[in-house]
Design a protein. Structure first.
Length: 313
């Protein structure tokens, strides 16, 4: 009888362990979203999608505005560790400045998720998940567009995104590496301090002063920056300049439709945001998941722009 009772108690304890594990696996996750700035339309739209889908993944997602300030972003990370968040979703303005705080999060057992911006390769062991496009490939696609447009070669300028960000680094590197051995000459390159349309315009104006009508093409790292480049070209009376930019926002689509932007390398923010939540849920529940999740890019031109959903950001 004692033996049977012992077996029953053991089974009951085992069931209790499994029930506890299942309850833990299915618990509501407290998730922090810490982008470089909520004034960035892509970040704001990404959060809107996360809020929309959070309930499906049993999550509560709270946004903390990085304000394009690495100290603000770092403070948000450490505060979220102290407040017991289960996961943090990061898109930092400086991928190196947040490393010490990310290290603390990792040590505290918080899931670290990089969203549309990855850590430098030597620090990637600190993050659990990356979800976004491959910005190196985005730069390569931009280079491909120029090589196809100018098979006999051309002179172009490059206006970079916010200096020090993962997207700026990788879009620049991918673009220039892909152009090696081609007849496309990048006459000048300068990155912005922030993702500022006005700065992109000012940089383009300075390059127009230096190179004038030698400029046959402009590669701008983001669509809203290209808006400034296009305005500078228009004011200088430079026509038929081949403009390529990355992002896939409303501005990019509108400029492609208007014929002022030749190519838009587009990323799907909905897919990036939903995949982020899906992967966090799997990781928290101990289910299989991919640590690196690259969302495919779309190459949008005047010929195919109407075949894509119009972006909401």
């Amino acid at each position: 009888m004692k033996k049977v009772l012992g077996v029953v108690l053991a089974l009951a304890m085992l069931c209790g362990v499994f029930a506890g594990a299942c309850a833990e696996a299915g618990k509501t996750l407290k998730v922090a979203y810490i982008p470089n700035s909520m004034s960035n339309e892509m970040n704001a739209y990404g959060f809107k999608i996360m809020e929309q889908y959070a309930q499906e993944y049993n999550m509560e997602v709270t946004a903390f505005d990085g304000q394009y300030n690495p100290q603000t972003e770092t403070a948000a990370i450490t505060n979220c560790i102290g407040q017991g968040y289960d996961a943090i979703i990061l898109c930092p303005s400086d991928i190196n400045a947040v490393v010490p705080a990310v290290m603390q999060a990792k040590e505290a057992g918080v899931l670290v998720v990089m969203y549309s911006a990855d850590l430098a390769e030597e620090y990637r062991e600190l993050r659990d998940i990356f979800v976004g496009v491959d910005d190196t490939v985005a730069g390569q696609e931009a280079a491909k567009a120029f090589m196809e447009q100018f098979p006999d070669g051309a002179k172009v300028i490059e206006v970079g995104g916010a200096a020090g960000t993962d997207a700026q680094n990788r879009r620049h590197d991918g673009f220039n590496a892909a152009l090696e051995g081609s007849n496309i000459e990048v006459m000048d390159y300068q990155a912005c301090d922030t993702w500022s349309t006005d700065q992109a315009m000012s940089i383009t104006e300075d390059m127009i002063v230096k190179y004038g009508d030698e400029i046959q093409g402009v590669f701008c790292h983001w669509d809203n920056g290209a808006t400034g480049c296009i305005e500078a070209l228009k004011n200088a009376g430079l026509e038929n300049v081949f403009v390529v930019a990355i992002d896939g926002c409303r501005g990019g689509f509108d400029q492609v439709k208007a014929g002022t932007q030749s190519v838009c390398i587009s990323q799907n923010v909905v897919n990036i945001s939903v995949k982020t939540l899906e992967t966090i849920r799997a990781a928290a529940d101990g289910e299989p998941y991919e640590s690196e999740n690259y969302i495919p890019l779309d190459v949008v031109t005047a010929e195919n722009v109407d075949t894509f959903p119009y972006p909401e950001w």
